[in-house]
Design a protein around this ligand. Structure first.
Ligand SMILES: Cc1ncc(COP(=O)(O)O)c(C=O)c1O
Length: 375
């Protein structure tokens, strides 16, 4: 049975060019990049050229890139780091109801410390309304954090409009670009934002590495205190190995042209599903403002988890979970107002650079076999 991987939003394989760039740092170049002797030279140079590659993807200065252990840490640093740095100025944060737990949980934590958080509603396609943001900002607002693209349904937020509103009110703007980097443009100046998170393993680098863009002039309190690594913003000896992986992945991700092929395969998949199941299948997410690789669909009246369990060899994700015999929709689908009998049938298929046409056709065929059988 051919194994078919359609869960690139969960994690990507390491690109062979990324692995090749990392290998010399696995086998040698062990020096501490902070040391002053010969053993440090290669590691230090690699760390800085990796930073330059990350900055190249984001369109920022090298000194605006802080390496982290991944998207979760980058988000935590953005939210908590800003809150702790600006505590005297205000205590209010605005975000949305469809953020990843790596935003929601730091917000909940900050609420326990006295922060006030507004969670903006989204429409049925998962988009927040910039006017709602305008209304939510108060003189106590210190930060707006709105994800660039949603991990479950792929909906892309109107970040430029939202960032403009934040800037008019002199409020910092953060976006979680863990899912968008490498799939759509993530130029920080075009977006008009102050802080942006990326996660290595969503863009063909290893797990356990990510980065936070922090615009020059924006000060954040570090979460990890120690020696002055990452210009005092994140203590801990940097891993040249992981930085090189992220840097190479970012260099490759600047070329968005592979996404044309990915989008075409995603459309082939969607058209095939509509042909096979007609009204029995509906799209979750925005029809156009959506990541080119993401296809979240509901098989109406069926259980997404059941379908996936029977879909031998196909790796994908559901949008619902069964808790004590009760189907519970994901917070994202709930926030979008998806009806339970539709949401319980949700499956997220996410394609990647190496997805092939025969995999999509085989997945369609297996779905047709599984759905022909009554549950
Ligand atoms: C939108 C989003 N933000 C943040 C994260 C967390 O990234 P990491 O796994 O690198 O901590 C993820 C991962 O699923 C994500 O999809």
């Amino acid at each position: 049975m051919q194994r078919i991987y359609l869960d690139y939003n969960a994690s990507t394989p390491i690109d062979p060019a990324v692995a090749a760039a990392m290998r010399p740092f696995l086998e040698g170049h062990y020096g501490n990049p902070f040391s002053d002797h010969w053993a440090a030279t290669t590691a230090k140079a690699a760390l800085e050229s990796s930073r330059d590659q990350v900055a190249g993807l984001l369109g920022c200065h090298d000194d605006e890139v802080v390496f982290t252990s991944g998207g979760s840490e980058a988000n935590n640093l953005a939210l908590k780091g800003t809150f702790f740095a600006l505590r005297d100025k205000g205590d209010h944060i605005v975000t949305t109801r469809i953020e990843h737990p790596a935003i929601v949980e730091p917000c909940r934590f900050l609420e326990r410390l006295g922060a006030r958080v507004t969670y903006l509603l989204v429409d049925g396609t998962g988009r927040a309304d910039p006017d709602d943001l305008r209304k939510a900002i108060t003189p106590r607002t210190i930060l707006v954090s709105i994800m660039h693209a949603n991990n479950e349904v792929g909906t892309i937020q109107p970040i430029e409009d939202c960032a403009r509103i934040a800037r008019e009110h002199e409020v910092l703007f953060h976006t979680d670009a863990a899912q968008s980097a490498g799939k759509i443009a993530t130029d920080v100046n075009a977006l008009g934002i102050d802080l942006l998170s990326i996660a290595g393993h969503k863009l063909y680098a290893p797990k356990g590495v990510g980065a936070l863009f922090v615009r020059r002039g924006v000060s954040i309190e570090p979460l990890v205190h120690g020696a002055g690594h990452e210009s005092g913003r994140r203590a801990g000896t940097e891993s040249a190995l992981l930085a090189v992986g992220l840097g190479k992945a970012c260099e490759l991700a600047r070329n968005l042209s592979p996404m044309d092929g990915v989008r075409a395969l995603r459309e082939r998949f969607w058209q095939g599903l509509q042909r096979q199941f007609g009204d029995g299948v509906v799209l979750n997410g925005h029809p156009t403002h959506r990541l080119p690789n993401t296809l979240n669909v509901s098989f109406v009246g069926r259980s997404g988890a059941e379908i996936l369990a029977r879909l031998d060899g196909v790796a994908a994700s559901t949008g619902s979970a069964c808790h004590s015999g009760r189907i519970e929709l994901s917070p994202v689908l709930q926030a979008m107002g998806v009806a339970p009998q539709v949401g319980m049938g949700a499956i997220r298929f996410s394609l990647g650079r190496s997805t092939a046409r025969d995999e999509i056709d085989a997945a369609l065929e297996r779905l047709s076999d599984v759905l022909a059988v009554a549950e």
